[in-house]
Design a protein around this ligand. Structure first.
Ligand code: BDR
Ligand code: CA
Length: 315
C-alpha cells in the first residue's frame, strides 16, 4: 500500500483533504507535516490534531514545520484568508481535543526519514507554502530524491491567480522556497488553479453529510459550508487540496498533463507568478508535470465516497 505524507496549512480545504484520505482504502497516511499559510502555524497544528482526532485517527503523527516564509522572521494572516477560512482557519468550528500534542520531530526531518524508509512507495503532497519541502530538500536532497512522488498544490499557469491576479496562494506565500524547490532538479507534479477551479463544491455536493448523525459529519459539513459560501471569486468552494491529493494518488483523474520547465517570479507586482523558462514545445530541462485538465465528475464521486466513509464512524 502507498504511504502518504500530507504537508498542510489547515485550512478548510486541507481539513477536507485529510478527511478524504482517511476515508480511502488504498493509501495509508504515514504522518502530517504542518506549515504556516491559511493561518498561523500554531493554529494549523491545532486544527490538524483536532481533525485527525475527530475522525478517529489520534495515532497519526503531526509534525510542526515552518512558522514563516524563507528569509523572514514574521508573518501575518491577511484579512482575505480570515474571510475564506475563518478566524481559526477551520471556519470557526470548534473542537474539544486540547490534550493531544504534536511530535517533537520537525516536519522536514520527518519527510527525510520517511523518504529513506518508504522510498518509491512514498507520496508527499504539499498543500501549503513550499517552505517545509524546501527545507527538507535543502537538508537532504539525496534522501528526498528517493520519494516516488512529490506533488504540489500550487500555481496558476493558464488562469488568473487567487491571491493576486498573477499568483496562487501557496506559491505567493513563500516564493523563495517555491523557486528553490522548482530548481532542485527533483521530479515534481503540480496541481494548480488551472484544474482546482474546475472542481467546485456547492450545497448539493455536501448535503449528504447532514444525513449522517456523527459529530464528525456535522463539523465537516459546517467547514465545507463555510468555505463554499466564503471563497472569494469562486462560485462555490474550489477543492484545491483534495484534488491535489486525489490526483497524486491517481494521476488518471487529470486528463491533460503537460511536461514543462517552470520558474517563479520573485519581485514586483507579479511576485509568486509561475512562468515557463523556455519554449513550451522544447522538451529538455522540463522539471514539472503540470495538470491542465481534470475529470471533475470522477474526482467528486471519489471525494464524496471517501468523505462518507471517513465521517461514518462510531463515536
Ligand atoms: C491553496 O491555498 C490555500 O488557501 C488552500 O488551502 C490551498 O492549499 C489554494 O490556492
Ligand atoms: Ca492548503
Amino acid at each position: 500500500m502507498k504511504k502518504l505524507i500530507l504537508d498542510v496549512d489547515t485550512g478548510i480545504d486541507d481539513a477536507l483533504a485529510i478527511a478524504m484520505v482517511l476515508g480511502m482504502e488504498d493509501v495509508s497516511l504515514a504522518g502530517v507535516t504542518v506549515v504556516f499559510g491559511n493561518t498561523y502555524l500554531s493554529y494549523a497544528v491545532r486544527n490538524t490534531l483536532d481533525v485527525l482526532c475527530e475522525l478517529g485517527h489520534p495515532e497519526i503523527g503531526v509534525y510542526p514545520g515552518a512558522e514563516y516564509p524563507w528569509g523572514q522572521n514574521d508573518w501575518l494572516v491577511s484579512d482575505h484568508l480570515k474571510v475564506i477560512h475563518g478566524n481559526n482557519g477551520v471556519g470557526n468550528v470548534s473542537f474539544k481535543y486540547n490534550q493531544r500534542k504534536p511530535k517533537n520531530q520537525s516536519a522536514c526531518d520527518f519527510m527525510i526519514e520517511a523518504a529513506k524508509k518508504y522510498k518509491e512507495e512514498l507520496i508527499i503532497v504539499n498543500l501549503g507554502p513550499l517552505t517545509n519541502l524546501a527545507n527538507a530538500i535543502n537538508k537532504n536532497r539525496e534522501a528526498m530524491s528517493l520519494c516516488g512522488t512529490i506533488a504540489i498544490m500550487g500555481g496558476a499557469l493558464t488562469v488568473k491567480g487567487n491571491i493576486t491576479p498573477y499568483a496562487e496562494a501557496n506559491i505567493f506565500n513563500d516564493p523563495a522556497a517555491a523557486k528553490y524547490v522548482m530548481e532542485s532538479g527533483l521530479d515534481l507534479t503540480m496541481i494548480g488553479l488551472d484544474v482546482t477551479l474546475k472542481t467546485v463544491i456547492m450545497e448539493d455536493d455536501i448535503s449528504f453529510l447532514k444525513e449522517i448523525t456523527t459529530v464528525a459529519s456535522k463539523h465537516i459539513y459546517d467547514m465545507a459550508y463555510y468555505y463554499y459560501v466564503n471563497e472569494e471569486g469562486v462560485l462555490g468552494g474550489a477543492m484545491h487540496d483534495p484534488l491535489a491529493v486525489a490526483a497524486a494518488i491517481d494521476p488518471s483523474l487529470i486528463t491533460k498533463w503537460h511536461d514543462i520547465s517552470l520558474e517563479v517570479w520573485q519581485n514586483g507586482p507579479g511576485v509568486g507568478r509561475i512562468v515557463t523558462t523556455g519554449d513550451m514545445l522544447v522538451k529538455p530541462n522540463k522539471n514539472v508535470r503540470y495538470a491542465l485538465d481534470v475529470n471533475s465528475e470522477s474526482f467528486k464521486k471519489r471525494f464524496k465516497e471517501a468523505l462518507r466513509k471517513a465521517v461514518n464512524r462510531p463515536e
